[in-house]
Design a protein around this ligand. Structure first.
Ligand SMILES: CC(C)(COP(=O)(O)OP(=O)(O)OC[C@H]1O[C@@H](n2cnc3c(N)ncnc32)[C@H](O)[C@@H]1OP(=O)(O)O)[C@@H](O)C(=O)NCCC(=O)NCCS
Length: 236
């Protein structure tokens, strides 16, 4: 890792700003230790345990406290940016997401996320991941964002596709989960990727950034008929 790139990334990560990001419905905030009871309630969920690798089950208050205690140190060290998703309308904690395994030399990081059961299928994770990607690729200066999904996790694949990630391939039996080798599917989004247009199954636009909306509008706009080329005076 180049020392300069590493220092720069750490400085950007530690800019003292909270919430780190705000979207239409959500605030992406630094984790708040007062949220332990809500965190436990949401993370004590077999579905989250089933599809993630590092969230213990059953999830206990001590797990939440350890996680929350470590988060600021990880940010200072430039290894992880851990964020809570707070609904702006009522300040409810709805989920969590983060950038992990920062690698300043290669300008890349991995995205991870979960959402509480009562809040699913309302587009919250997609909204948050899109904002986090813009932040990571533009403000933090990263070039590549990666996500690894356990094979079969259709919800997570849906989120990544809606947030402009592309499938790269399958890592065969790359992790052990509950004593069994499991495949992971790798997705990525690069700084230069053109946003995808179109809609999810429920009709939400696939890419929601201003750039994506502008390019979708351009694609929809009818083209003016081409004018016939007038022969140039210099042509024979
Ligand atoms: C994956 C998860 C974060 C999705 O959160 P969410 O906020 O409900 O997702 P969104 O509402 O943004 O869904 C976006 C798209 O993903 C797809 N999707 C979401 N949930 C789905 C499901 N249960 N089944 C199939 N597709 C699903 C849909 O295409 C959806 O778009 P649509 O609702 O317009 O059709 C949530 O289900 C979760 O926490 N799962 C357990 C933990 C986990 O899997 N974490 C990721 C590890 S890689």
């Amino acid at each position: 890792m180049t020392a300069r790139a590493d220092r720069l990334l750490r400085a950007r990560l530690n800019a003292p700003r909270d919430p780190v990001l705000v979207t239409r419905r959500l605030a992406l905030t630094l984790p708040n230790p007062a949220r332990v009871p809500e965190l436990v309630q949401l993370l004590r969920d077999p579905r989250i345990a089933r599809w993630t690798l590092n969230i213990p089950y059953p999830y206990r208050a001590s797990d939440a406290r350890t996680w929350l205690r470590r988060a600021p140190a990880r940010r200072r060290a430039g290894t992880d940016l851990i964020l809570h998703l707070v609904r702006r309308s009522d300040r409810a904690l709805v989920g969590g997401l983060g950038l992990h395994h920062f690698d300043a030399r290669h300008a890349r990081a991995e995205v991870g996320y979960w959402l509480g059961k009562p809040f699913r299928r309302q587009g919250y994770t997609t909204e948050a991941i899109r904002a986090l990607c813009e932040y990571a690729l533009r403000r933090l200066g990263l070039h590549r964002l990666e996500a690894k999904v356990l094979s079969g996790n259709a919800a997570s694949v849906g989120v990544l596709r809606a947030a402009g990630f592309r499938r790269e391939g399958r890592l065969r039996q790359s992790v052990v989960k509950q004593g069994r080798f499991r495949d992971e599917i790798v997705f990525s989004r690069l700084a230069g990727d053109r946003p995808r247009t179109g809609r999810t199954r429920r009709g939400r636009p696939l890419s929601g950034s201003a750039t994506a909306r502008a390019s979708a509008a351009r694609a929809r706009r009818p083209r003016a008929p081409r004018r016939k080329a007038t022969p140039s005076k210099r042509s024979p």
